[in-house]
Design a binder for this molecule. Structure first.
Ligand code: RB5
Length: 149
């Protein structure tokens, strides 16, 4: 299950992502917003992030105008590694090296075709583990307030 969320600005891109997920046969849950009414992106970023952090959803895709604000909110939730992406290379490497569990994109930054291409790449690539595992664990240790050196 893929958690989806957006603010009012990112909603159009989120709707495009739904068509991609339908094409890929991946189920999703939309945590809002579902209208053009102005809302606060942290509320929606946190909803999707909590669903991923709890294990209710495996991964999440979130959108706002830039992708930045909603990703900052998501990354405040324990266990979330959310990447803001506007290119396919970063999307792929964020999975392979950083094991990102959420993807954030900006509807004012990427068009629907590029947004779907980025999301497809991110959904397809797998974490490589190996030397990258230790680094992801170090990030988790930082989240716990532990020293890593
Ligand atoms: C809303 O105007 C805008 O600030 C929001 O969508 C996002 O870009 C924030 O980072």
């Amino acid at each position: 299950m893929i958690a989806l969320a957006s603010d009012h600005v990112g909603r159009s891109l989120k709707e495009e992502i739904k068509t991609l997920l339908d094409e890929m046969g991946l189920p999703y849950q939309d945590f809002g917003t579902d209208s053009e009414e102005r809302v606060d992106y942290p509320v929606y970023g946190a909803r999707a992030a909590r669903a991923v952090a709890s294990g209710a959803c495996e991964r999440g895709i979130i959108c706002c105008g830039t992708g930045v604000g909603i990703s900052l909110a998501a990354n405040k939730i324990h266990g979330i590694r959310c990447v803001v992406c506007s290119d396919c290379y970063s999307a792929a490497l964020s999975r392979q090296h950083n094991d990102t569990n959420m993807l954030s994109m900006g509807s004012r930054v990427v068009g629907s075709d590029l947004g779907k291409m980025i999301a497809r790449m991110w959904l397809t690539m797998a974490f490589e583990g190996g030397r990258h595992q230790r680094r992801v664990e170090q990030i988790a240790a930082l989240e716990e307030g532990k020293a890593i050196e």
